[in-house]
Design a protein around this ligand. Sequence first.
Ligand code: AMP
Ligand code: GLY
Length: 446
Amino acid sequence: MHCIKTLICHSHVNGNLRNTHTRMNILILGSGGREHTFAWKIAQSPLCKHLFVAPGNSGTAEIATNVTIGVTDFKAIKALVLDKHIDMVVVGPEDPLVHGVHDFFLNDAAIKHVSVIGPQKAAAQLEGSKEFAKEFLFRHNIPTAAYESFTKETVEQGYAFLETLNPPYVLKADGLAAGKGVVILNDLNEAKAELKSMLVDSKFGQASTKVVIEEFLDGIELSCFVLTDGKHYKILPTAKDYKRIGEGDTGLNTGGMGAVSPVPFATDEFLNKIEERIVKPTITGFKKDNLPYVGFVFIGLIKVGDDPKVIEYNVRMGDPETEVVLPRLKNDFVDILQAMSNGTLDKINIEIDERAATTIMLVSGGYPEDYEKGKEITGIDTIEDSIAFHAGAQLKNGVVVTSGGRVMAITSYGNTYQEAIKKSYQNIVKLHFDKMYYRKDIGFDL
Ligand code: AMP
Ligand code: GLY
């Protein structure tokens, strides 16, 4: 399928095109709201010829060709890339990166010419291993919480370390644990029991063969998104997401229930601290440590007093943060992606929409615990002045039905974030699926 908007946008965007650019066939890996947003933005580019998403969702199906391939099925991805003459692969989630999808391309003569947006396996460990990330942060003097890491063999030392800390106690499974690997407890005995459960009883399987215990940082969180070609970087707008399922930031952690961009408390002075103390040493750290990195760096930050500290690195964009960050990016996204893969990101001038963007996530009742799927979603075509980014939603016999916990992100622009949030809520009341739930207080703390 053609990038539909290509035909519409071509003439008026054409003036900005450089002759060196060629139109590309692009494959996006993933199936969430982030990937629908990538597809939405890429489909607007005259530089995109054909757009494929694997496996995609009902949203991407409208603007691209979905291909039913899992994101870590590298063999099938290679076959698709060869068959469809794909020039660029944009990796959405962390899993394929941590499993080395970029290295897989580089090591295969038939596909090594393909641009892959996402770091190689070595750098993907920044997300794949908490210990690796902490060592990187300390090696490059980047502000973060003090920590120690422990294994089954050193569990007794782990108990002793916990005794030296003040509550709350922060325990992190070293590896990927589907967003569930961080446990924060107030009680020392519960913390010891949790440490034992992770290390000795393999609570998170392989992911908790090592556990990082961290100093608790008290502050307000925000996310910073950085694009890099390995040498240069560009900073995208900040965003704040709402991770808890319940209003007032209560209840279980989710993948994210909503997001706001820009973050009102991120003043120019604070952003400058982030760039000088965190972004610059991170990018030079990649070079010093010989970690090739073409992709997105998602830096999870916490503002402690007036200072930013790193909570975590992710080697991808955030979800639902992408649903508010990309809509504010005025540039041609493919132009940027090409510059990332060509090492010419310094030539790009990032242009940001002054307006605020917010998104509210609609989720299946029960999420993040058990929930039902296959519920028909109605009202999507009645949405006005907001964008519905599909997440856990699929087409079934021509009907859009729920297929995951996080179902759809409703993004709006506004002169203020309050105005944007209001628009999303006005549209959400027109949407329906059985047991639909969403937080009604996104932005409450700003
Ligand atoms: P992570 O997976 O590392 O992002 O951790 C998940 C969540 O746990 C973060 O978004 C924070 O809310 C919280 N968290 C992680 N580390 C700390 C820390 N050192 N101090 C306070 N909260 C933390
Ligand atoms: N919204 C948080 C994440 O994508 O990890």
